[in-house]
Design a protein around this ligand. Structure first.
Ligand code: NI
Length: 158
């Protein structure tokens, strides 16, 4: 098990656009494994993207605790989105803060898995929200940029 250090809000790395993965090397596999270790160690994490550990690559994982379990995304694209859901979000890189964000209620995402095989995934509710949140990280966007009322609130913890 290997934990990586989290990059926190204020660090310019979180604001950069990540580059596509052109070859799935052992280094990328290790990144996926370390992202999972880091996310599960931070017990409130339901998703984490590579730039959050300082790796500017288009890679993220999610696990919202549903039947899918952990899902790994390499070079993801969101190819369809529809509907709308407003709900509270948080982020391991933005500790102690929350706000309401409007996300699509239904998406279809496409990505490569760790074997380099393309898959598509239909997602709704929390899974759709989580994938959109993680996808934004790859473009340097944070959930606090998208607060529906323009406000960011402190949470009890941290
Ligand atoms: Ni996040």
């Amino acid at each position: 098990m290997a934990l990586r250090n989290l990059v926190l809000e204020g660090d310019p790395q979180l604001r950069k656009k990540s580059r596509a993965v052109d070859e799935i090397t052992p280094r990328i596999i290790k990144l996926l494994d370390d992202l999972a270790d880091t996310m599960y160690y931070e017990n409130r994490g339901i998703g984490i993207a590579a730039p959050q550990v300082g790796v500017l690559r288009r890679v993220f994982i999610v696990d919202v605790g549903d039947e899918h379990g952990k899902i790994e995304f390499i070079n993801p694209e969101i190819i369809e989105m529809s509907g709308s859901q407003i709900g509270g979000e948080g982020c391991l890189s933005v500790p102690g803060k929350t706000c309401d964000v409007d996300r699509p209620s239904h998406i279809i995402a496409k990505a490569l898995d760790r074997e380099g095989k393309e898959f598509t995934l239909e997602a709704t509710d929390i899974l759709a929200r989580c994938i959109c949140h993680e996808y934004d990280h790859l473009d340097g966007v944070l959930f606090i940029d998208k607060s529906v009322d323009g406000k960011v609130y402190k949470t009890e913890e941290e």
